[in-house]
Design a protein around this ligand. Structure first.
Ligand code: NDP
Length: 281
C-alpha cells in the first residue's frame, strides 16, 4: 500500500543558501518530536522574492527564514511585522497567523535567550558591540529592550554605526554611543564585549582589529559567529582571562524561537545543539 504524506512546510529563502546550517537543526528537531514537517533550503534570487512569497502563500508554508539579501526586501511583501523587527529593520523569520504572514526577527532574541540560559541577566549591563550589520543591530535592539543600561557601538562604516546609536537612543531606554573603528581601536571598560562582525567566520582566520589588551580577566566575551565555535577572537580573549561564549547558543535559540512560532511547540534544544555540533564538526 502506498502511504502519502501532506508534510507541513517551512524553509529558508536565500541567495545563495548553500551550507545553511539551520536546515540540520530544524529537521532534527521535527524528527525528534515525531512531526511530519520539512525545512527546505530554497534558492530565491532577489528579483524573484515577490513571486516566492506568493508561492509560499499558495503552497501553505507555515513559515520561512530569510537570509541575506532578503531580510529587508521581504518587509513590504508581508501582512504585518513585529515591533522589534520594525526597530531592527530586518525580518529573519516569517510565521503564519491564519491567512496572515507575519515577519519577526529572532536573531537578537536568540542572543538574549542564550545569555539568560547561562544565568546572565542583561539588566543594567554595559555592552560593547563590534559591528552594526544586520546581526549587530538585532543584538543591540533586543539587548536594549531586555534592559541593558548602555551600549557602545564600534563599526567601520560610520553611517551604519551612527544610525544604530541614534535608533537605540530614540526608541529605547538604553544609552548608546558610537566609537569609530580605527586600527587597534580601544575597548571601553564594559561587562560584555560582543563580536557581531563577520571577521573570523570560517574560513577567515583573522580577529577584529581592536586593542586586545583592553580585554580584562573576568570580562564576558561573546562571539556570535557559530562556525568555528572557538574563533580566533575567542582564543585571544581566553588568553587574557575572559569568560568566553561561542555563537552556537544564539543560533540554536533563534532557531528554537522560530520553531515555536511555526509549530506552537517547544523543540528539543539538546537535539538542535547536537545536530549543529555534528554539522560543524
Ligand atoms: P552583515 O554583512 O550585515 O554585517 C557585517 C558586519 O561586519 C558589519 O558591521 C561590517 O562592518 C563588519 N565587518 C566586516 N568585515 C570587517 C572588518 N574586516 N573589520 C571590521 N568590521 C568588519 O552581516 P550580519 O550582521 O548578518 O552577520 C555578521 C556575523 O554574525 C556573521 O559572521 C554571521 O555568521 C553572524 N551571525 C550569527 C548568528 C547566530 O545566530 N549566531 C545570526 C546571524 C549572524 P561595516 O558596516 O563597516 O561594513
Amino acid at each position: 500500500m502506498v502511504k502519502s504524506f501532506r508534510s507541513k512546510l517551512t524553509g529558508v529563502f536565500g541567495y545563495p543558501v548553500d551550507e545553511n546550517p539551520t536546515i540540520v537543526m530544524q529537521e532534527a528537531a521535527f524528527q525528534a518530536a515525531g512531526l511530519d514537517w520539512r525545512y527546505l533550503t530554497l534558492l530565491v534570487k532577489p528579483e524573484d522574492l515577490p513571486a516566492a512569497v506568493q508561492g509560499m502563500r499558495a503552497m501553505n508554508f507555515d513559515g520561512i527564514n530569510l537570509t541575506i539579501p532578503h531580510k529587508t526586501a521581504i518587509i513590504p511583501l508581508l501582512d504585518e511585522i513585529t515591533e522589534s523587527a520594525e526597530l531592527i529593520g530586518a525580518v529573519n523569520t516569517v510565521y503564519r497567523d491564519e491567512d496572515k504572514l507575519i515577519g519577526t526577527n529572532t536573531d537578537g532574541k536568540g542572543f538574549v535567550e542564550g545569555m539568560k540560559q547561562r544565568g546572565i541577566d542583561l539588566k543594567g549591563k554595559h555592552l560593547v558591540i563590534l559591528g552594526a550589520g544586520g546581526a549587530g543591530r538585532a543584538v543591540a535592539v533586543e539587548s536594549a529592550l531586555a534592559g541593558c543600561s548602555s551600549i557602545s557601538i564600534i563599526n567601520r562604516n560610520a553611517d551604519r554605526g551612527q544610525s544604530l546609536r541614534d535608533l537605540l537612543n530614540k526608541k529605547t531606554d538604553c544609552q548608546a554611543d558610537f566609537i569609530p573603528w580605527a586600527d587597534g581601536v580601544r575597548i571601553p571598560a564594559c561587562d560584555i564585549l560582543i563580536n557581531a562582525t563577520s571577521v573570523g567566520l570560517y574560513p577567515d582566520k583573522n580577529y577584529p582589529d581592536i586593542r586586545l589588551d583592553d580585554i580584562k580577566p573576568g570580562m564576558i566575551v561573546q562571539d556570535i559567529i557559530p562556525n568555528p565555535a572557538i574563533t580566533p577572537f575567542l582564543k585571544e580573549a581566553q588568553k587574557r582571562g575572559a569568560v568566553i561564549y561561542d555563537g552556537l547558543a544564539m543560533l540554536v535559540y533563534q532557531g528554537a524561537i522560530a520553531y515555536k512560532l511555526w509549530t506552537g511547540a517547544e523543540p528539543s534544544i539538546e537535539v538542535m545543539k547536537q545536530a549543529l555540533a555534528e554539522a560543524f564538526a
